[in-house]
Design a protein around this ligand. Sequence first.
Ligand code: 8ID
Ligand code: ZN
Ligand code: ZN
Length: 349
Amino acid sequence: EIPSEQWAQVVEKSGGPVSYKKIPVQQPGPDEVLINVKYSGVCHTDLHAMMGDWPIPTKLPLVGGHEGAGVVVAKGDLVTDLALGDHAGIKWLNGSCLACSFCMQADEPLCPRALLSGYTVDGTFQQYAVAKAAHVARIPKDCDLEAVAPVLCAGITVYKGLKESGARPGQTVAIVGAGGGLGCMAVQYARAMGLHVVGIDGGAEKGESCKALGAAAYVDYMSSADLVQEVKAATPEGLGPHAVLLLAVSERPFQQATEYVRSRGSVVCIGLPAGAFFKAPVFDTVIRMITIKGSYVGNRQDTQEALDFFQRGLVTVPFKTVGLSELQDVYQLMREGKIVGRYVVDTSR
Ligand code: 8ID
Ligand code: ZN
Ligand code: ZN
């Protein structure tokens, strides 16, 4: 009962737009599963991919998407630990070699032979998608597939980023881009991990979202007269946050973070604005002992832990659902910075 054709959103050329059309359903290889994607979150990465924003080229034509939640409907001969009917998720890391020294140490995102969903292989903006069985997220049956989808990239990524930040329970973290898809998850994971949160984003609506999700303070970069001072003032003793998670899709906050981070604090780069550079004064970095690092999605264990937070009700995803056929409209809103939380697409319409 698996059809030979299905609906998909296809990027034909760099710059887009996507076209909604019927394409063939792929067959899974020996170590792969075929997943009937029910819902997929829309990540800003999907827009970067369509626009050709980054130095690595995408495959073309491309089916984007990497927050796909669905049901295993076919599998290769080597797949023994997943059964037909299981709920599973396709994430950014579609597969990795499992044999290189990065994979051996559970740093699979750094694998030189990593396959990326919706970038180097077709992703989840289609009704049936293929992924390496070793890497698909195991989604517990009691998790709603629509509500859990954004955990598969946004959730995993910010959970990992918070761990990489080294921030400890009781400390303060600044979340930059706190009203966006990654940001609204970051505020909640941080809270669940016992951290105080200062949310930074633009506009009143994103401020309300941050506060509703548990941020202790909100700083509006669009209206603040002195953002650095305002962020510091929102932290204990006015010394600045112990960690900063940079999730914004603009370069400016990457230049500001070392100004307000607390001495001995860490600045974690996660957002990937096109062509951006990170700049920090060497003097301050040295004498204030600041750590600057990047964080890139998460490994298989991070994935299951991030899902566990969701299953326990510690985090929820503020999402709106539209049909897969409306994906281009979502990209338009995303480009304008108008999305609070995440959009999810329903592949059945
Ligand atoms: O593994 C990774 N490192 C990873 C994983 C997933 C996504 C990285 N990303 C990248 C995406 O490619 C993208 O570049 O993280 C970035 C954020 O993705 P998103 O959360 O899906 O994007 P969004 O929903 O559009 O949210 C971005 C937010 O940033 C705010 C916007 O208002 C929006 O709410 N923002 C901007 I643009 N400029 C800001 C500024 N100066 C700002 N917030 C604070 N200060
Ligand atoms: Zn993503
Ligand atoms: Zn590898």
